[in-house]
Ligand binder design. Structure first.
Ligand code: ZN
Ligand code: ZN
Length: 100
């Protein structure tokens, strides 16, 4: 028997509360869409296989919320500072500690 690999492929942290990038992206699109419909296209989910199961859709996933939202934040901050700040308020997976 092998131990479950429940660490993020990018930052190697244990994923304690797994919500996959695709489910997160759906929530992010709603939030971004409230401000700017054109920027919704910048938010894209990604499927990264892992041994962890998303608590929302039950898909296997390997990327933590922190790493995924950091990627999206970087894209948004290039396009619209106001929205990227709002994004941090809503999807702060320890991002503010790191970025600000
Ligand atoms: Zn990570
Ligand atoms: Zn999911």
């Amino acid at each position: 028997m092998t131990a479950a690999q429940n660490r993020c492929v990018e930052c190697d942290d244990i994923i304690a509360n797994p919500v996959c990038p695709n489910c997160l992206a759906a929530q992010m699109m709603v939030m971004v869409g409230e401000y700017d419909q054109n920027l919704v296209n910048c938010v894209k989910g990604i499927s990264i296989e892992g041994d962890i199961t998303c608590i929302i859709c039950n898909e296997r996933m390997g990327l933590c919320a922190h790493c995924f939202s950091k990627d999206i934040y970087c894209i948004l901050s290039e396009k619209n500072q106001k929205i990227s700040k709002e994004f941090l308020q809503r999807f702060d997976f320890d991002l503010r500690k790191e970025l600000i």
